[in-house]
Write a protein that binds this ligand. Structure first.
Ligand SMILES: O=C(COP(=O)(O)O)[C@@H](O)[C@H](O)[C@H](O)[C@H](O)COP(=O)(O)O
Ligand SMILES: [Mn+2]
Ligand SMILES: [Mn+2]
Length: 346
C-alpha cells in the first residue's frame, strides 16, 4: 500500500493544503473548506486505486463531495479491470478531512491541516457524526493512562512516565463550555492548559510526539476526527482512546439532533451495539496497514503551513506508515509557474 500510494497521497494532501491556504485569513470558512475538498478529490481521482470514503467532509458540512460511501480513484471506473493491476483493484478505505480546522484557516490561526488516513477495507471505523471524548498521550504512557480515570490520575501517570513534574506538563483542551470542570481539575494538579479553538487532530498528534511541548489532549471533540487521530497515534505507538458522546447536555453546543435516548436508539439501529464503549486506537484504526498523511495549511507544532512565493509554494507534510514503521517529513517546493524557477530558496 505504502509503495503504490506513498507519493500519491502526499500530493493529495499537498494540493488540498495549497488550495485552502490561498484563502487563509480571509474569513471565508466554507470556501476554504470547499476548495480543499475539490483539490483533494480531483487529485485522488488521478490515482490508480479503488478507494471508498469511510469518513468524509460532505456529511456534516453538507459539502457536495467526498461524502461517506463515495468511490474515488481510477480503478473505481466501470472498465477498471482494463486499466488497473490486480493490486490496484484491491479495495481500500479512506478517511479524509481536507480542511481540518476550517475556522483556523478562515482566521489565519495555527493548527489547520489537510489530512487523510488509508487502510485496507474495513480497517478504519466509520464513526458516526457525533462527538467523542478523547485521551491522547505520549508513547511512554500508552496503556497506563485510561480515559475513565480522572484527569488528575492520568496526569500523575504521564508525569511519572515522562520523569517530570506535573507542573511541567502541558495539556491541550478545546476551548468549550463543556470543558469547564475538566479545565479546573487540570489546573488544580499544577499542570498547564493550552487552549485551542479548533483542530484536535493536530492536538492529538502533538500529544503523541515527544518534543512538541504538549503532553496530553483531553476533552470532547468530533468523532470522525477521533478515528483519523487514532490512525496516526496507533502508528506512532502513542496512547489514544475515544468514547462516543451523544448527550446534548454534555456537549452543550445545540448541534445534536434529538435527546440522548433518541440518539442512542438511532445508533443501535445503525448497528452500534455498544454506544458507550471505550475504543482503543487499534480498534478505531484496526487495519493491518495504515497510512496517514497530514500537510500543514497554517503553521502547527510539528509541520509548517503553506508558504507562497512568486510562482511557487512550499509545503510540509508528515507521512506515517505502519507498514514500514516510518514517520517521514516531506518538504516540497511546488513550482506553480515555470517562469519563476529562480524563486526556489533554501
Ligand atoms: O476543529 C474541528 C473542526 O473540524 P472542521 O470542521 O474539519 O474544520 C475538529 O478538530 C473538532 O474535533 C470538532 O469538529 C469540534 O470539536 C466540534 O466541536 P464543537 O465546535 O463544539 O461542535
Ligand atoms: Mn475536522
Ligand atoms: Mn474539515
Amino acid at each position: 500500500m505504502e509503495k503504490s500510494l506513498g507519493l500519491e497521497i502526499i500530493e493529495v494532501v499537498e494540493q488540498a493544503a495549497i488550495a485552502s491556504a490561498r484563502l487563509m485569513g480571509k474569513g471565508l470558512r466554507n470556501e476554504a473548506d470547499g476548495v480543499a475538498v475539490k483539490a483533494m478529490r480531483d487529485r485522488m481521482n488521478e490515482i490508480y486505486m479503488r478507494g471508498r470514503i469511510v469518513i468524509g467532509e460532505g456529511e456534516r458540512d453538507d459539502a457536495p463531495m467526498l461524502f461517506i460511501g463515495e468511490q474515488v480513484g481510477i480503478c473505481t471506473q466501470p472498465n477498471a479491470a482494463e486499466m488497473c493491476s490486480i493490486d490496484e483493484l484491491i479495495e481500500i478505505d479512506i478517511a479524509v478531512d481536507p480542511c481540518e480546522g476550517t475556522n483556523l484557516v478562515a482566521e489565519g490561526r495555527q493548527g489547520s491541516m489537510a489530512v487523510l488516513a488509508i487502510s485496507e477495507k474495513g480497517g478504519l471505523l466509520g464513526a458516526p457524526d457525533l462527538y467523542m471524548k478523547k485521551l491522547a498521550a505520549p508513547p511512554q504512557a500508552k496503556g497506563k493512562v485510561h480515559i475513565d480515570y480522572p484527569a488528575t490520575k492520568n496526569l500523575q501517570i504521564i508525569a511519572e512516565c515522562l520523569d517530570r513534574a506535573i507542573e511541567d506538563l502541558v495539556v491541550i483542551v478545546m476551548k468549550r463550555d463543556r470543558h469547564k470542570d475538566l479545565i479546573s481539575e487540570i489546573r488544580s494538579t499544577g499542570a498547564r492548559v493550552r487552549f485551542i479553538d479548533d483542530g484536535d487532530i493536530s492536538a492529538a498528534l502533538s500529544a503523541g510526539i515527544n518534543g512538541t511541548g504538549v503532553h496530553a489532549l483531553m476533552g470532547i471533540g468530533a468523532a470522525p476526527e477521533g478515528v483519523i487521530s487514532a490512525a496516526a497515534l496507533r502508528c506512532l505507538g502513542a496512547h489514544f482512546q475515544g468514547q462516543l458522546i451523544y448527550d446534548p447536555d454534555v456537549v452543550q453546543t445545540g448541534l445534536l439532533k434529538g435527546t440522548k435516548a433518541e440518539i442512542e436508539e438511532q445508533l443501535k439501529a445503525q448497528g452500534v451495539e455498544q454506544p458507550d464503549k471505550v475504543w482503543e486506537a487499534e480498534e478505531l484504526a484496526s487495519g493491518k496497514n495504515v497510512l496517514f498523511a497530514a500537510c500543514g495549511i497554517t503553521d502547527g507544532d510539528f509541520i509548517k503551513g503553506v508558504r507562497f512565493f512568486t510562482g511557487s509554494a512550499r509545503t510540509e507534510t508528515m507521512v506515517i506508515s505502519s507498514q514500514s514503521n516510518t514517520v517521514r517529513f516531506v518538504d516540497t517546493v511546488h513550482i506553480l509557474d515555470p517562469a519563476h524557477h529562480a524563486s526556489l530558496v533554501i
